[in-house]
Design a protein around this ligand. Structure first.
Ligand SMILES: [Zn+2]
Ligand SMILES: [Zn+2]
Length: 143
């Protein structure tokens, strides 16, 4: 394990502590939609607090979305990678919830993740989902 990975894990731990249960996901404008996905788990609405932004499952207290937070670059807000929640990441493949990007509504693979920006304001921190690796991937020349 490299030093950077350890740093990320440390930051992740502190962010989870700081956010607690008030973790709030906000979907970018233009990505408004029902964000509906099928599968087990309690149905929530994409963008709701305590709702997995990948599969729209409402998460019981204590269940956290798996994510990695990176240190801020040039003093800007932190960048976050959101992998998903236990409902869409763990267990048998057939029983998992469908993983869909809340912005482009394209299906996400098991190893795909969402990009999000963490806004840290006193008492008002929230996570803004920007898109997935498909719709947020840096433009490739000629593509
Ligand atoms: Zn999920
Ligand atoms: Zn997307």
């Amino acid at each position: 394990m490299g030093l950077l990975e350890i740093l990320i894990f440390l930051i992740l731990g502190s962010v989870l502590l700081a956010f607690g249960y008030t973790l709030f996901f906000r979907i970018s404008p233009g990505g408004r939609g029902r964000g509906k996905a099928e599968g087990p788990g309690i149905e929530g609405q994409a963008g709701d607090p305590q709702t997995c932004p990948v599969c729209a499952a409402r998460l019981p207290p204590g269940v956290l979305v798996k994510s990695a937070v990176y240190p801020p670059v040039n003093g800007t807000d932190r960048l976050m990678h959101i992998m998903g929640c236990p409902f869409c990441l763990e267990g048998e493949a057939e029983k998992r919830r469908r993983r869909v990007c809340p912005v482009c509504h394209k299906p996400l693979g098991d190893n795909d993740y969402l990009f999000a920006r963490v806004f840290e304001r006193p008492g008002k921190s929230h996570v803004h989902v920007l898109g997935c690796i498909n719709c947020r991937r840096p433009r490739v020349r000629g593509g």
